[in-house]
Design a protein around this ligand. Structure first.
Ligand code: NAP
Length: 248
């Protein structure tokens, strides 16, 4: 039986670990060849090997998505090795949580540069190729923090709300070429990012989650697979929370 993404090639940023890695493996298990792009070369290489062990073609690329030139080099090396890219998952993201009165300019710029400018740097370069080929699909990993305010995350909330606005605008630009652009807004997901929180912070965060538990990387990856597939071909410019009811 043909798998959902047979013959497709996907690029997933920040896929050396966490949600990105889970998405990369999910797309590969549905038949896609997957390029693992991450700032951590070792993690990217290890994730890429896992994809190859599923019988898919893969490649690891070291990239800092906040650096336009680094992204240009990434895109060049991808197209030297793969004829086409069909799916882009923008996932690389960071947090530098602090209340605003303690937030240094570097905390602000660091988060905006990776989470928002990084999405511009990557999408800007792939969208030209997608429009020319009249095929492509973009899945952007935003956050519930882009839908509701979270104290201590003014920089992160601003970056994620920015991604949502960015995605809606790009979706309208690419709709005529049938290129969907959608956002997933994960809530509180168990990864290294949330492992930084202490017990008290986890307890406080779970008070905001009606389901009273954290989500898994697979909860997010399942939706990414659906959105990246032809089953979701008529859905664009939308934001889908995966958050145990946090934003409802
Ligand atoms: P994670 O475990 O920290 O993984 C993020 C990955 O991105 C890491 O491999 C990291 O590399 C890489 N990365 C960081 N900066 C990069 C850069 N400048 N260029 C390229 N790669 C970079 O995070 P996660 O929890 O999986 O989060 C993934 C995405 O989901 C992020 O956009 C995050 O904002 C979003 N999200 C997460 C949650 C959650 O609860 N976990 C909730 C909502 C949204 P290093 O190993 O060097 O750090």
């Amino acid at each position: 039986m043909e798998a959902l993404l047979d013959g497709r090639t996907a690029v997933v940023t920040g896929s050396g670990r966490g949600i990105g890695k889970a998405i990369a493996l999910k797309l590969a298990s549905a038949g896609a060849d997957v390029i693992v792009c991450d700032i951590n070369e070792g993690d990217a290489a290890a994730a890429s090997k896992e994809i190859e062990s599923l019988g898919r073609k893969s490649m690891a690329v070291a990239v800092d998505v906040s650096d336009f030139q680094s992204v240009t080099d990434m895109v060049t090396s991808i197209y030297e090795n793969f004829e086409q890219v069909d799916i882009l998952v923008n996932n690389a993201g960071i947090t530098r949580d602090k209340p605003l009165f303690l937030m240094a300019r570097e905390d602000w710029e660091g988060v905006i540069n990776v989470n928002l400018t990084g999405f511009f740097n990557v999408t800007r370069q792939f969208i030209m190729k997608f429009m020319k080929a009249k095929r492509g699909n973009v899945v952007n990993i935003a956050s519930v923090s882009g839908l509701v305010g979270v104290p201590g995350q003014a920089n992160y909330c601003a970056s994620k709300a920015g991604i949502i606005g960015f995605s809606r605008a790009v979706a309208k630009e690419t709709a005529k070429a049938n290129i969907p652009v959608n956002c997933i807004a994960p809530g509180f997901i168990k990864t290294d990012m949330t492992a930084k929180l202490n017990e008290k912070q986890v307890e406080e965060a779970l008070k905001l989650v009606p389901m009273k538990r954290m989500g898994t990387v697979d909860d997010v990856a399942e939706l990414a697979l659906y959105l990246a597939s032809d089953k979701a071909a008529y859905i664009t410019g939308q934001v889908f929370p995966v958050d145990g009811g946090m934003s409802c």
